[in-house]
Design a protein around this ligand. Structure first.
Ligand code: ATP
Length: 234
């Protein structure tokens, strides 16, 4: 049913200046489920995530978050409602320490608890609480970005290329964590070039091409035979 959607994007058109990048995009992320969005470079995946979190204005269409129309809501209001956007690359405050990055996300009376929870989820961060976030490795920074979302108790995470440039071991850890978040009831909208990994975790799949959704269905259907190549390749 409609009200089970964590995210409901309807007929969305978004562009930069006069250029339309997304045309009539509709997409749904069920509460507590994982949706993967894939497609060739330049298809508009990042643009969609920016429109969802409010970083880009919408020309036409709407964005609903757990039944509320947030199409015109400022990004920080969406964040307050439990929407977390983890952009590609280093989504941390680089000049702040790990501890400060986590404290920023937690409510003032629960900072200690938040840091304990983050460290329990990512033990690596425990040894680095006093370190400047910008001096950590790419994988460690990605973990910090995830941990910061975790301590905020978000309801939906939209995450852009979480494994980009990371070693396979780090990618495993990131995915293990995303899986744990999903199991805990957080909805995920995931973009990843590692299509196999993304689809292995996903409950639903979308393919975007040239600003339009060209496939919407089960991950298993997309990964069977030459379906994926049909939509993403040729
Ligand atoms: P990738 O997988 O390469 O990251 P993507 O699917 O995320 O690609 P977007 O980054 O959303 O694609 O880009 C979609 C289109 O919008 C591209 O043609 C891109 O050049 C264009 N675009 C992105 N950002 C801007 C901007 N700030 N100004 C103008 N055009 C932009």
């Amino acid at each position: 049913p409609e009200n089970d959607a964590a995210l409901l994007v309807s007929d969305l058109s978004v562009g930069y200046g006069q250029t339309d990048v997304l045309r009539g995009v509709s997409l749904r992320v069920d509460a507590g489920s994982v949706t993967a969005l894939v497609g060739p470079n330049g298809a508009g995946k990042t643009t969609l995530l920016r429109a969802v979190s409010g970083l880009l204005p919408v020309k036409e269409g709407s964005v609903q978050f757990f039944g509320d129309d947030v199409t015109r809501l400022e990004p920080f209001r969406r964040a307050q409602q439990g929407l977390c956007h983890i952009p590609e690359g280093r989504a941390v405050y680089r000049s702040l320490t790990v501890r400060e990055n986590l404290q920023l996300q937690a409510s003032p009376d629960r900072e200690t608890e938040a840091i304990e929870r983050a460290v329990a989820a990512f033990p690596i961060l425990g040894d680095r609480l006093g370190q400047q976030a910008g001096t950590m490795s790419g994988g460690e920074q990605q973990m910090l970005a995830m941990a910061a979302a975790y301590v905020r108790d978000v309801r939906l995470i939209v995450v852009d290329e979480p494994s980009l440039g990371l070693s396979p071991v780090m990618v495993d850890k990131i995915y293990e964590f995303l899986g744990a978040m999903a199991t805990g009831g957080t909805a995920l909208l995931l973009i990843d070039q590692f299509v196999d990994r993304a689809m292995a975790m996903a409950d639903a799949a979308y393919v975007m091409r040239r600003g339009e959704i060209v496939f919407d269905g089960e991950p298993a259907t997309l990964m069977a035979g030459d379906v994926f190549d049909h939509y993403v390749g040729g």
